[in-house]
Design a protein around this ligand. Structure first.
Ligand SMILES: [Zn+2]
Length: 627
């Protein structure tokens, strides 16, 4: 997904022992691993949902087919939030407590049994900022991922085993007024006219899907079929058809680019974009695309590409634990650059530098990719942009043939299932050789290298002796062993020197057959390092910033919410700076509302500076989209 809602929230982690194929570094407390699997494996969900848009309620039945994963199963729980169950056929009793729907079976079940539950439920489905069920003036929709209490938000729509690792097939029967159109995952299985002013839209998905990817959307949609690729559909507001035709003009090329690199589109059903109000989300076979990005331009191709690539990375090979969500999001972010590469190598590298490396380096984040301890760390520049930079660097080190062979084998062996970082490492090492050194520093290690380079040269007979000194001066303890490039220019032909920087205070001497005039470090930007920013381009927030403040959504359009990590009941004096340091907006926010109105500001990067009484100050970088 993209467009992030980040909130500072309290967690109550229960650390159950987990079997990990790779040990986590000491001190990492994997937040979302509290979400252990129940002793069940759901095979199929058959969901019948009648939507009352006036009352903002649903009346629904879920048929859940599951098998026990342990013998003598009598009790287990499903998850359902803020909806009330009236009856469970197939259970001897049930009860609800918070998000849990506890089921007691009539008798012990074994792993060879199939259990069918028919669960009648109803109520006013809600959402938690981003994730959950939304009633919008002209769209009713489910967003499958949340950023607050639990990333899996299927529980806002249906009783489910709300864990990414339990995948199932689905049928949907969505009943809506006959003026509206209902979209769901998979392919259309026809429409039933109920002869009472309502229609029931039937959708079916035969292949396995995690609960966070299950979604529906209901609106006055026009259905567009891409004439260049019969698998591609668009569900757009009827008044936005002309803009949609222009904005989706590259979608067929994106699909064929990803198919050529990642393998055939993995789903037997259509691929589609569904216009929705809030933000982009990679629901399986139906990407939700933010309405304002359907604007008649191709400015948001990067976003279309990101979400499309999730059909492979995230939807088909799914992170087994949320703590490893980089297996989904960094691949999708990297895939944005892979799409740009279809325009040329320069476009690929420019995208990596400007839209991937710089946002990460400017974020100030120094934590490791795997092992997030808060939601803000999980849904962070580290997960998205640092992770994508890691894939970019890995591709350079392995070479294209080995890199894509490793990716393809990893995909083939974990498609329609789940994976961990250790799985990815295994398939990459099979193609290249030992890579623990790379993943240990870049994925399990913190931050990025800051190099201190010194160069000098003296004449030795007819040659010149060039001495290169290289230190790593980053504050994090991780040392980054990497091949380093230096481009020597002077009176002879440009000469590239490459060696492995594997110790501190390293000094290397080279004989150059001409007098150098300049020695440039990492001229082709092969390393995520502070050198990428350059002195002239580095942007810094207003001085004095301390602590951590999160903004959500970020990137934002219209408004964002300040999540102040400190005493909650403080009045905040907020200033928004542009990157030149000019104050473009100031306001005083009361504890009751921390929503920052950004309307009127043009798209770009800003710094939000908040000061609380006692001169407590926190700053955060904000990207504003032109929507
Ligand atoms: Zn994403």
């Amino acid at each position: 997904m993209h467009i992030l809602m980040i909130l500072f929230a309290m967690y109550n982690p229960r650390f159950n022992p987990m079997i990990l194929t790779r040990p986590l570094s000491p001190g990492l407390q994997p937040l979302y691993q509290e979400f252990d699997l129940e002793p069940i494996d759901v095979q199929h969900y058959d969901l019948s949902i009648t939507i009352d848009r006036e009352a903002e309620t649903i009346d629904a039945t879920a048929e859940v087919t599951l098998v026990p994963t342990e013998e003598n199963l009598t009790n287990f729980r499903l998850f359902l939030r803020e909806l009330t169950v009236s009856q469970v056929t197939g259970a001897s009793s049930f009860s609800q407590d918070g998000d849990s729907l506890f089921i007691t079976l009539p008798g012990p079940a074994s792993t060879s049994d199939t259990i069918d539950l028919v669960i009648d439920y109803a109520g006013s489905p809600d959402h938690e900022s981003w994730g959950g069920f939304h009633f919008h003036p002209y769209v009713t929709y489910q967003m499958g991922v949340g950023f607050v209490s639990d990333p899996s938000m299927g529980k806002y729509m249906f009783p489910c085993h709300d864990r990414p690792a339990d995948k199932a097939s689905y049928d949907f029967h969505i009943t809506v007024p006959d003026t509206l159109y209902a979209v769901a995952n998979g392919d259309s299985a026809g429409v039933t006219d109920n002869m009472d002013g309502t229609l029931t839209y039937n959708w079916t998905l035969d292949q396995p899907m995690s609960t966070y990817l299950a979604a529906i959307s209901v609106a006055d949609y026009a259905v567009l079929h891409d004439s260049t690729d019969s698998r591609i559909f668009y569900y757009v507001y009827s008044w936005d058809v002309d803009d949609a035709l222009a904005s989706f003009v590259h979608v067929d090329q994106m699909l064929s680019r990803y198919e050529s690199l990642y393998g055939a589109y993995p789903w037997d059903c259509r691929f589609s974009y569904v216009q929705t109000p809030l933000g982009d989300m990679e629901h399986l076979s139906q990407v939700f695309h933010i309405a304002s990005a359907v604007n008649g331009s191709t400015n948001y191709d990067w976003l279309l590409a990101h979400e499309m690539s999730h059909q492979w990375w995230g939807d088909c090979v799914t992170e087994r634990y949320w703590t490893e969500v980089w297996l989904s999001e960094s691949f999708a972010t990297f895939s944005e650059a892979v799409w740009m590469e279809s325009y040329g190598e320069a476009e690929y590298l420019d995208y990596i530098i400007d839209h991937i490396m710089k946002p990460y380096l400017n974020s100030g984040e120094l934590f490791s990719i795997v092992g997030a301890e808060t939601p803000a760390e999980l849904w962070s520049n580290t997960t998205y942009e640092k992770g994508a930079s890691v894939l970019y660097m890995l591709r350079i080190i392995m070479g294209d043939t080995a890199f894509f062979a490793g990716l393809n084998n990893y995909f083939a062996n974990h498609s329609y299932s789940t994976a961990t970082t250790a799985d990815l490492i295994g398939y990459m090492e099979a193609e290249y050789g030992e890579l623990d050194w790379f993943f240990d520093q870049w994925v399990y290690g913190e931050g990025y290298p800051i190099y201190d380079i010194s160069t000098s040269w003296v004449q030795q007979g007819s040659d010149w002796e060039l001495t290169i000194g290289i230190d790593q001066i980053q504050s994090v303890s991780t040392f980054f062993t990497m091949p380093v490039d230096f481009l020597v220019e002077g009176s002879g032909p440009d000469t590239l020197i490459t060696f492995t920087n594997d110790v501190q205070n390293q000094e290397e001497t080279f004989t150059i057959p001409f007098e150098p005039t300049s020695v440039e470090f990492d001229p082709y930007t092969k390393i995520l390092s502070s050198a990428v920013l350059g002195i002239d381009e580095q942007t810094t927030p207003p001085s004095g910033g301390v602590g951590t403040m999160y903004l959500g959504p970020n990137p934002a359009s219209g408004t964002t919410v300040i999540n102040w990590q400190g005493t909650g009941n403080m009045v905040l004096d907020v200033r928004v700076y542009d990157i030149s340091g000019r104050v473009v907006q100031s306001s005083v926010l009361q504890p009751s509302s921390r929503t920052l109105d950004l309307t009127g500001l043009s798209a770009g990067t800003y710094f939000v500076d908040a000061v609380a009484p006692g001169n407590m100050r926190q700053t955060a970088r904000l990207v504003l989209l032109d929507l």
